[in-house]
Design a protein around this ligand. Structure first.
Ligand SMILES: *Cc1c(COP(=O)(O)O)cnc(C)c1O
Length: 396
């Protein structure tokens, strides 16, 4: 065993990505308890929505119980219906794919590009130009015969997709753009906030996201009609508040005041969180810079990344050990890591769904490892992680 790695196995573990609570969270929670505003009708819900829409720059924000509910609601207000199709990134957590099925629509999976690991716009363009035909202004997938209605780019790991190309294609083919911005709060594409690029966007405030509310989500849009509809659908589609008359099937998707209170406090610190994430990323990037066989995540020239989840690729053919070996090696030192998700086109739950490409996502899946990157990660712990990685891979 290399002596450089002195980390005591019984020492506190270093988690992958945990919340950072250091502001007004307790104060605002106390306010909820003292004023008896706990449920979804409460002043913190509207305050959180207002703060959030101002931060992103949209005219509206609608708070939801989680990010998946926000995605489901976005698909509903965008009018995506059963047996239509949505072009979606295959390299993502499964939530947006499930939401597509909740409305009865089908995913068409788009591969990732190898540089920044986001939706591959060349695959997207090739499919729309060559894989579809046009029937009375509608886009029909030649392979399935179904109508293509929307593009759902997922900005993964804190980095935006190449949105100019996606929006241009959407305009050209009259498709709706639904951004899954759950992993990229605070990131920018050419100076525009992620979440203010498509027709509607969704965020998540799960415990591992940049800011957390315990559990929560947000739908943002400039479309007033869609925002009103989202508010209506997420509160059981109540058309008459006294007689309880419902003209539509609604959902109980509203965020509670307690969760929103935490969200207000967290959002007050978002700039500080992003600075820390970017500092952590800089240290990792520097640390791995000269290591043959390791590629660290990068930032495109047109992007401002929050570096929400810091991830590296490990070439087993170069290093002799792969991503899962390193995962197990680090776990022995109580350092928590995780590979990227199984690409959704490989998921048993979605077997048989169409995929455009897929090799890049499969390679990312097998080579990837996300490293500890909590906002509260100390410099010492991070240097210890770097040393431990180097020692396991026998790099230095
Ligand atoms: C976290 C996440 C979501 C939504 O998560 P919830 O747990 O429902 O808040 C959606 N899409 C992606 C890509 C995510 O990472």
């Amino acid at each position: 065993m290399n002596n450089d790695v002195s980390r005591d196995q019984s020492a506190n573990s270093i988690p992958l990505c945990v919340p950072f609570i250091n502001g007004n969270e307790s104060k605002y929670l106390q306010e909820c308890l003292e004023t008896n505003w706990l449920s979804s009708a409460g002043p913190f819900v509207s305050r959180f929505e207002k703060m959030f829409s101002e931060y992103i720059g949209t005219s509206d924000a609608v708070a939801t119980v989680n990010g998946t509910a926000a995605l489901h609601t976005a698909l509903l207000v965008a009018g995506i219906r059963a047996d239509q199709e949505v072009l979606v990134s295959t390299m993502t957590f499964i939530a947006p794919i499930n939401a597509i099925r909740y409305v009865g629509a089908w995913p068409v999976f788009v591969d990732a590009e190898p540089e920044y690991w986001q939706m591959d716009i060349h695959r997207l363009r090739d499919f729309l130009e060559n894989g579809c035909r046009y029937d009375n202004g509608t886009v029909i997938n030649k392979t399935t015969g179904r109508q293509v209605k929307a593009i759902l780019p997922v900005h993964i790991l804190g980095h935006p997709c190449d949105m100019d190309a996606i929006i241009e294609l959407a305009h050209q083919y009259d498709l709706v753009v639904i951004e899954d911005a759950t992993e990229s709060l605070g990131s920018k594409y050419k100076d525009v906030m992620v979440g203010h690029l498509g027709d509607v966007a969704c965020f998540s405030f799960n415990g591992n996201k940049l800011i957390t509310t315990g559990g929560g989500g947000m739908l943002v849009t400039d479309n007033q009609v869609w925002a009103d509809k989202a508010r209506y659908l997420t509160t059981q589609a109540k058309d008459d508040p006294i007689e309880y008359i419902h003209n539509n099937i609604g959902y109980n998707y509203r965020l509670s005041n307690v969760n929103a209170a935490i969200g207000c406090a967290q959002l007050e610190s978002v700039h500080h969180y992003i600075e820390h994430k970017r500092e952590i990323a800089r240290t990792y990037i520097q640390g791995f810079q000269s290591v043959l066989g390791i590629t660290a995540m990068q930032e495109a020239p047109w992007a401002y990344s929050s570096f929400w989840m810091f991830t590296i690729m490990i070439r087993a053919d170069v290093l002799g050990l792969g991503s899962r070996d390193l995962l197990r090696g680090l776990a022995a030192y109580n350092i928590e890591t995780r590979p990227l998700w199984q690409p959704n086109h490989m998921s048993p739950a979605y077997s048989g769904c169409q995929v455009l490409g897929g090799n890049v996502a499969e390679k990312l899946y097998s080579e990837s490892l996300s490293l500890p990157c909590s906002v509260g990660l100390s410099k010492n712990d991070q240097l210890q992680i770097l040393k431990t990685v180097e020692s396991i891979l026998r790099i230095r």
